[in-house]
Design a protein around this ligand. Sequence first.
Ligand code: AMP
Ligand code: MG
Length: 271
Amino acid sequence: MKSLAERLRARGSGTRLAHWDPGSSPGCKDKNEARQRTAENLARIDVLQYRLYAEARQSLLIVLQGMDTSGKDGLIRNVLTIFNPQGCKVWPFKVPTLEEAAHGFLWRIQHATPAVGEVAVFNRSHYEDVLVVRVHQLVPRSVWSKRYRIINEFERHLSERGTRVLKFFLHISHEEQRGRLLSRLDDPLKRWKFSDADLVERGRWRSYQHAYEDALSRCSTPDAPWHVIPADRKWYRDFAVSEIVTDTLQQMNPRIPKARLAIRKLRARLG
Ligand code: AMP
Ligand code: MG
């Protein structure tokens, strides 16, 4: 049977988001099953990250993208906090600062890539430079259109130096986003998250879906695949990402290095 990673992988050219139902839950019966399997996955990730860190030869980069309210923050809180912070960094990418904007778009990204043995989580990423930048025409087409190739080369380079790149597009529906924005307005504990800009971006929904389709079509490579995660149901989103991260770490198969120690002599010295 196909793994979930294979089922949810964007196949390259001609990816159409309309073909993916944001409310579906492939490979999982219901919320109970999802919760239980997510917990099992987290236990495996814990062991595998320990080995990754000890081995200190490979690294993992997790890229999260999605419309506002798609659940990037929730996914980090529910699933990715399983990573020991000694060995994992989370990088939120916001509107570039003056200094960042004065450099090439990969400058701030390069700096955040994981060192050997480490995991890095990008909450938004270099893909903003072919998404928000394209939708709002922040640079001319002649500039952003070259970035797909530049991104593919950058990610291939990462993969050649031992970094696995896993990319997740959290796919929510227009209706679900409405509900989540409303609950940000209604809930005093969530109100701080609401931004007028969210409504501007919502008004550009179709342009964003097209920009995402192009990014997924052009930049889902064997080195750095995109996965489309149906994200209307939070329990499914958490389960699917935990499953794919677990599978990937298992394939990477990090091993604790063999220590060459003269145990008997060392014990004797300890007295
Ligand atoms: P949030 O993730 O909700 O904190 O919002 C961060 C905002 O920064 C989003 O509106 C992004 O579109 C925006 N952003 C991130 N990267 C870039 C970029 N390279 N250029 C312009 N805006 C960006
Ligand atoms: Mg926001």
